[in-house]
Ligand binder design. Structure first.
Ligand code: UDP
Length: 326
């Protein structure tokens, strides 16, 4: 008898979603992915396409004719479909805002109707320009000037969080809210601005690594395999472990972007140089970066026992291997 569960992953052809789908199938579950392939790719699913327990639907969430039927027979929904990457958000703010708000509203309504476990992937961007050294889920948030497109992403994701939380409070829908902090690994594309795949790709080609600003801004990079453990753990149990609450997901080991560039060059044995580029040239005039972005992981640890395990050197080597010509 198959004791596996049924999962629905929106945005499942993306970097995180495709790894999640693989893991769940490996654990004996049934998985359906809905993805409009706007930023995801069918290639990401090549290992699992054709498996009997896997279904792939190419569609926007809101345009999927079978959506209600799918939600009705699913156990857990991972809602990952969203506009991704700072570059894309700045280039297409209206598309990004609409996408983040409308698609979430659509699937959340069905999750409420059928009382399904619903995990929302929000973002560390919501902490905005908070001066805190370690972002805590209970912190007040400090979003930048609304005339700068960048912050529309944080606001749209925050509204998703509000919608999810209201669904829990008003309807008892078992929602789990996660804020992802710089999740990285094989398959992530640098096309939408993500720094690590861009650096590794450039290093492998002995091309300059472009550091924006003075490179003192820092981030904490968490391997996809670690973050998947946290995501899956939070949806386990009846009610799910993370129900009605918000959790940071990431690692708290921090590195400046200039040091990251040096590390990538050393570990890949590259001949690349580092080029410093002003923010306004890299993005848009008036661009505001987050100078630090480090999660407090106490709540996640207390609830799930989760601790990130993969060191940054290993992460870089892993990405380099996936990008190297075979
Ligand atoms: N960044 C950079 N060079 C690049 C891409 C990004 O210096 O080619 C910087 C970017 O300005 C930011 C950091 O790297 O300070 C992380 O950028 P990413 O877009 O990966 O993530 P986020 O800003 O969302 O943390």
């Amino acid at each position: 008898m198959n004791t596996g569960k049924t999962y629905l992953i929106t945005g499942g052809a993306g970097f995180i979603g495709s790894h999640l789908a693989e893991q769940l199938l490996q654990q004996g579950h049934r998985v359906t992915v809905i993805d409009d392939l706007s930023t995801g790719s069918e290639k990401n699913l090549s290992k699992i396409l054709g498996r009997p327990a896997f279904t792939f639907i190419v569609s926007r969430v809101s345009a999927c004719p079978e959506l209600e039927k799918l939600v009705a027979r699913t156990d857990v929904i991972f809602h990952l479909a969203a506009a991704v990457g700072v570059k894309l958000i700045i280039e297409k703010p209206l598309y990004s805002i609409r996408n983040n708000l409308l698609e979430t509203a659509c699937i959340l309504e069905l999750a409420c109707k059928y009382k399904k476990t619903f995990l929302l992937t929000s973002t560390s961007e919501v902490y905005g320009k908070s001066p805190s050294h370690s972002f805590n889920e209970a912190d007040d948030l400090r979003i930048g000037n609304p005339h700068l497109s960048r912050w529309s992403y944080a606001c749209s994701k925050l509204m998703d969080e509000f919608m999810a939380m209201a669904s829990w409070r008003e309807h008892g829908t078992p929602v789990v809210i996660t804020r992802l902090f710089n999740i990285v690994g094989p398959r992530q594309t640098g096309r939408y601005g993500m720094v690590l795949p861009r650096f590794v790709q450039a290093a492998l080609e002995n091309k300059p690594l472009t550091v924006y600003g003075d490179g003192t801004q820092s981030r904490c990079f968490c391997h996809i395999s670690d973050s998947l453990k946290a995501l899956m753990q939070l949806t386990k149990g009846e009610p799910p472990l993370g129900v009605g609450d918000v959790f940071n997901i990431g690692t708290d080991s921090e590195i400046s972007i200039a040091d990251l560039a040096r590390k990538v060059i050393t570990l890949t044995g590259s001949k690349s140089e580092i080029e410093f580029i002003p923010y306004e040239k890299a993005y848009a005039p008036g661009f505001q970066d987050m100078m630090r972005r480090k999660p407090c992981l106490k709540k996640l640890l207390a609830r799930t026992g989760f601790k990130p395990e993969t060191a940054l050197d290993q992460i870089i080597l892993d990405i380099a291997q996936s990008l190297s010509p075979r």
